[in-house]
Design a protein around this ligand. Structure first.
Ligand SMILES: Cc1cc2nc3c(=O)[nH]c(=O)nc-3n(C[C@H](O)[C@H](O)[C@H](O)COP(=O)(O)OP(=O)(O)OC[C@H]3O[C@@H](n4cnc5c(N)ncnc54)[C@H](O)[C@@H]3O)c2cc1C
Length: 499
């Protein structure tokens, strides 16, 4: 979704200078502060500079790196820049021993306030662990946690392979821990379903390697949807998809832009979600309002792709029959597909996500749209853009995940749409105003998930009960209790609720 956002933010003038929000962070209690200082002092002794920084240019860059402006205003007590798993072990043990608050940051794209940074605590940032490699003998991709999807896809393309990763280039590997919705998902499952082996630093600092069959197979499963709650992953070994190189134009698709026809697009999307179950087909439908003065300007972006020579009419015909204002449809390599939405690396705005999940039903889709429009109109003065996006999760994706051993999200069989509700706030707004927060809460009540469907962790509001919506919630809780019996993570790190 980021390419349109970058495009859109260019259209929207910066109305306000960013004001200091130091006042938003009153000194947390003294114990927290002292614990963080103790951890940082110990780490400065054990790892030294430049791996540990409490001020200076590297510190400032790291502390202000987050995509969501809210997360770039925190001031961690120190930042750790590991280059090896050992460094992460040392950091985690010091954090654990000192009972310090902490956070982990990979690609920085979490929209949830506080999930990838920390005030009065230790931030572990993976900006110095960014390799993506392919081992043809094992037929494995290995990613270090700091790599961004554009860089991973670019590094691996010459080998004719790609990871099942994000649809926007600047996003990082945190995507994997929330599940991961990819252009390759209909045939491969959630991105996390492609895990082969994970190196994980547990809260105590112990390093374990988890696979589907070893003694850590429960942890392995929990990491396919458990977010940042189950340990710090320092190495991802993934099954590749043999997508070919840039020269292999085996896909067809691109970007279609509409400036009207919302109802026709919603009907086409609902039908697609209900009926299409072809693992070669994938689509993202984003209905966007750009706020220009007093007006909401519709900018509807549809990106259909098919792993074949054309877009089959019985799958995409409804979309193709709606008049578009522009279209880039044509033959593509997977490399082109992965680059369609651009990098999405625009920063400097408060960003807010929320999630729902709907069965493919025209009335449900129209109802969601109408509520979202009412919300967008009511609070438009706050926004650059509002977005209602639908990612179909076809049955083929769910079954592909099960065939690979299953994940902790464990959706019911049958297709549904992951629904993302997203607002980008105007420049100068540094936190979500209370009245808008109230409007968001009402909107969530108005667009509830269809019964039994999981919410998507990577597109949720931090207060939404995502874990509770998982098919394997009870198992998730058991696994958490086993690996973190003192509940250190939930008490010392922001992240999903419900454990
Ligand atoms: C512009 C944009 C486009 C997006 N497109 C997609 C998409 O196509 N498909 C999709 O599925 N999602 C998408 N998302 C959502 C995305 O998956 C989440 O924002 C995801 O959390 C981003 O991961 P990150 O590494 O960039 O972010 P970060 O904020 O660095 O990390 C996200 C979370 O994971 C934790 N974490 C990260 N690395 C580790 C680690 N190694 N060990 C333990 N915890 C860790 C962090 O603490 C944080 O809580 C998009 C988001 C944005 C903003």
């Amino acid at each position: 979704m980021a390419a349109p956002i970058r495009l859109l933010t260019a259209l929207v003038p910066a109305l306000f200078a960013t004001q200091s929000i130091a006042a938003l962070f009153p000194r947390s209690n003294e114990t927290t502060h002292l614990a963080a200082l103790e951890a940082c002092n110990q780490l400065e002794g054990l790892l030294g500079s430049p791996l540990v920084q409490s001020s200076g240019p590297s510190y400032e860059t790291a502390a202000t790196n987050a995509w969501n402006l809210q997360n770039s205003e925190y001031q961690p007590t120190c930042v750790v820049f590991p280059t090896t798993s050992d460094h992460v072990q040392v950091a985690m043990k010091a954090i654990y021993d000192a009972r310090s608050q902490y956070a982990v940051q990979a690609g920085s794209h979490s929209a949830m306030k506080g999930w990838n940074t920390v005030q009065d605590g230790v931030l572990i940032i993976f900006s110095n662990m960014r390799n993506a490699t392919y081992d043809p003998v094992k037929d494995s991709i290995v990613l270090q946690p700091g790599v961004h999807w554009h860089d991973a896809v670019t590094a691996l393309e010459p080998f004719g392979v790609a990871p099942v990763g994000g649809r926007v280039g600047d996003v990082g590997t945190g995507l994997l821990l929330g599940g991961g919705l990819s252009w390759l998902s209909p045939s491969q499952g959630y991105a996390a379903d492609t895990f082969k082996e994970l190196d994980v630093v547990l809260v105590t600092g112990e390093l374990v390697t988890a696979t589907a069959t070893n003694e850590y197979s429960d942890l392995f499963r929990a990491l396919k949807g458990g977010g940042n709650r189950f340990g710090i992953v320092t190495r991802y070994e993934l099954s590749p998809v043999h997508t070919g190189t840039k020269d292999n134009k085996t896909w067809f698709g691109g970007m279609m832009i509409f400036n009207s026809s919302a109802e026709a697009l919603l009907n086409a999307t609902a039908r697609y979600v209900r009926e299409v179950d072809d693992p070669k087909a994938v689509i993202l439908v984003s209905l966007i309002n750009i706020v220009v003065g007093e007006d909401l300007v519709p900018f509807y972006l549809v990106t259909p792709f098919y792993n074949g020579p054309s877009l089959p009419d019985d799958i995409f015909g409804d979309f193709l029959s709606i008049p578009a204002v522009s279209s880039t449809l044509g033959p593509m390599s997977y490399f082109n597909v992965a680059g369609t939405l651009g990098l999405g690396n625009d920063r400097g705005y408060v960003q807010h996500f929320g999630a729902s999940a709907l069965l493919g039903d025209e009335d449900l889709f129209l109802d969601a749209f109408n509520h979202w429009m009412d919300f967008s109109v009511a609070y438009k003065d706050n926004f650059n853009t509002t977005t209602l996006a639908f990612t179909p999760v076809p049955n083929s994706q769910i079954q592909a995940g099960r065939a690979k051993g299953g994940n902790i999200i464990n959706p019911p069989s049958g297709g549904f749409a992951a629904v993302q509700i997203y607002e980008q706030f105007k420049a100068g707004i540094t936190d979500i105003p209370q009245d808008v927060q109230g409007g968001i809460d009402v909107l969530f009540d108005q667009i509830p998930p269809s019964p039994g469907l999981p919410l998507y962790l990577n597109e949720c509001d931090s207060r939404q009960k995502v874990f509770e919506s998982y098919g394997d919630y009870e198992l998730l809780k058991q696994i958490y209790a086993k690996y973190d019996p003192s509940r250190f993570n939930v008490e010392h790190s922001q992240g999903p609720v419900g454990l």
